[in-house]
Design a protein around this ligand. Structure first.
Ligand code: NAP
Length: 490
């Protein structure tokens, strides 16, 4: 990838706020520098939204709401379908943009374009399937109508780790349901959302239906938006700590909320597992997105009789990973997002080692430009280690042994999180038991990735509330209305 093609792409990405169908400068005149984590260099400078800009975006979303809700579902679906088609045409651009602002290897960024695009296609199809029901009440005295109406203007907050997919996973169902929206991408990776807003404009989305606020003052601009009585919905993807704070604010305005929060996924390998499948699954579940995924396997809970074999085989695979800038051929591990992420990975490994774990490969940061961490395997992690309770969000695979199924389940459930779990066993009855005993919203049975636009994505416990994707996803943006009419024959 040449630096000329990178520059040409970056020049095409809007650097302003998208409000009411217009690309506006920030009213404060402030700007955000967007940095390539592989080099530490500024790649583009964009508008930094203020509270006054947030008020304009709220006005625009509220003004467009009734018109968009009354737009025929087929028309809404066709705009999303055009957006899907345009995304296929611009797939290479979106992939490169994500690699530049977030660091993931290009091949993975292309995978995210496919995954993110599927939400556009899926919800373009769901837009015309919003149904209701009609029937007699049990007494026979009346007729009951149940219908589903758009919730109303929605505020969508997304994280930096999947800049496109986290945006389309919220924007597509909101628009399909007939809701207008304000989207606030992460400060670290705002360019993909801006370029996606341009794509929606090209797909024919009417002015004001989607508004984009890029900002360095997330808390400041969010407080008045959440307090505005015209807002009806908050959808947030990010850390549990921020999610809890936003839930409290949303309560004051009794907002509908969808919260996709942090994870601490267990990856359980039973003694009867197919070891080839388990090792392949582990590499995907751990090292996809440089370990920076809410679904990343955080704890490898492996039966004591196969723990050494599993450790040896994953270590061999991890040593073969190639670290570098994601634009370079053959790179499989890019940089972590920033210095803070490096510090956290380093601190968690050091704590585990201090408590008795062994480093089998890697273990520390890579000195030089960019924020790179060595792909790492540690085994013999002992109870009480911080790495078992916190999201690592980096390329560190940590192994703890277990003795029997009850012990494995107890260890897996010993966390306040409950997003996803991975189970490797050839015993189907055991797999079925784990479906019911593992306290997670999702489970991979002999697979290392579960995400799919057609599936309900989401967690239990402190991993969140609500589901994105699947038939469930559009209902997060629909309100149920019940109507009673008299029996027409009475
Ligand atoms: P984060 O710090 O919670 O930030 C997420 C988003 O919230 C960003 O847009 C951020 O803006 C914004 N934000 C932060 N403080 C805010 C405030 N006071 N008011 C309003 N918005 C605020 O999380 P992150 O580090 O970006 O993302 C990683 C986390 O997301 C991990 O915990 C991961 O597990 C989770 N995640 C969950 C899912 C899921 O589906 N369950 C998917 C992906 C990621 P700024 O960037 O400007 O601070």
């Amino acid at each position: 990838m040449s630096s000329a093609s990178e520059a040409a792409l970056l020049a095409k990405v809007p650097d302003r706020l998208f409000i009411g169908g217009q690309w506006l400068e920030s009213s404060s005149g402030k700007a955000i520098d967007v940095i390539d984590p592989a080099t530490g260099l500024v790649i583009k400078t964009i508008a930094d939204a203020s509270v006054a800009d947030a008020a304009l975006a709220m006005d625009a979303a509220a003004a467009a709401q009734d018109g968009w809700a009354r737009t025929a579902p087929r028309v809404r679906g066709e705009i999303l379908r055009r957006a899907f088609d345009l995304l296929q045409e611009r797939a290479d651009e979106f992939a490169l943009l994500m690699t530049l602002e977030m660091g993931k290897p290009l091949a993975e960024a292309r995978g995210e374009v496919t995954y993110g695009g599927e939400f556009l296609r899926w919800f373009s199809e769901e837009a015309v399937r919003i149904s209701g029901r009609y029937g007699s009440n049990p007494e026979g005295t009346g007729r009951m109508i149940v219908t589903h109406l758009p919730v109303g203007p929605s505020y969508l907050i997304t994280p930096w780790n999947f800049p496109l997919a986290m945006a389309t996973r919220k924007i597509a169902p909101a628009l399909a349901a007939g809701c207008t929206a304000i989207v606030k991408p992460a400060e670290l990776t705002p360019l993909t959302t801006l370029y996606f807003a341009r794509l929606l404009e090209d797909a024919g989305l009417p002015a004001g239906v989607l508004n984009v606020l890029t900002t360095s003052a997330a808390g400041e601009i969010t407080t008045p938006i959440l307090a505005d009585s015209r807002l009806r919905k908050l959808s947030f993807t990010g850390s549990t700590a921020v999610g809890v704070r936003l839930l409290k604010q949303a309560a004051d305005n009794v907002l509908r909320t969808s919260m996709e929060l942090g994870g601490n996924a267990p990856f359980i390998v039973f003694e009867d597992a197919n070891m080839d499948k388990a090792v392949d699954g582990a590499m995907l579940a751990k090292f996809r997105n440089i370990g920076q995924a809410c679904t990343a396997a955080n704890r490898f809970i492996v039966h004591e009789s196969v723990a050494d074999e599993f450790a040896a085989r994953v270590t061999e695979r991890v040593r073969a990973l190639s670290v570098g800038r994601g634009t370079e051929d053959g790179v499989t591990i890019g940089p972590l997002i920033n210095e803070g992420a490096l510090d956290k990975a380093e601190r968690l490994v050091r704590d585990a080692v201090d408590r008795g774990a062994t480093v089998l490969t890697g273990g520390g940061r890579i000195e030089g430009a960019g924020t790179f961490f060595e792909p790492t395997v540690i085994s013999g992690v002992t109870p009480g280690s911080a790495i078992l309770n916190q999201e690592i969000f980096g390329p560190v695979l940590s192994i703890i042994p277990f003795t029997d199924e009850d012990d494995a389940v107890a260890k897996a459930n010993d966390t306040e999180f409950g997003l996803v779990g991975y189970v490797f066993t050839e015993d189907f009855a055991r797999g079925q038991r784990l479906i019911e005993t593992l306290q997670t919203g999702m489970m991979g049975l002999n697979v290392g990735v579960v995400s799919n636009a057609a599936a309900p994505f989401g967690g239990v416990k402190q991993s969140g509330i609500g589901r994105e994707g699947g038939a469930e996803g559009i209902h997060e943006y629909l309100e149920t209305k019940y109507v009673l009419t008299p029996n027409p024959f009475a």
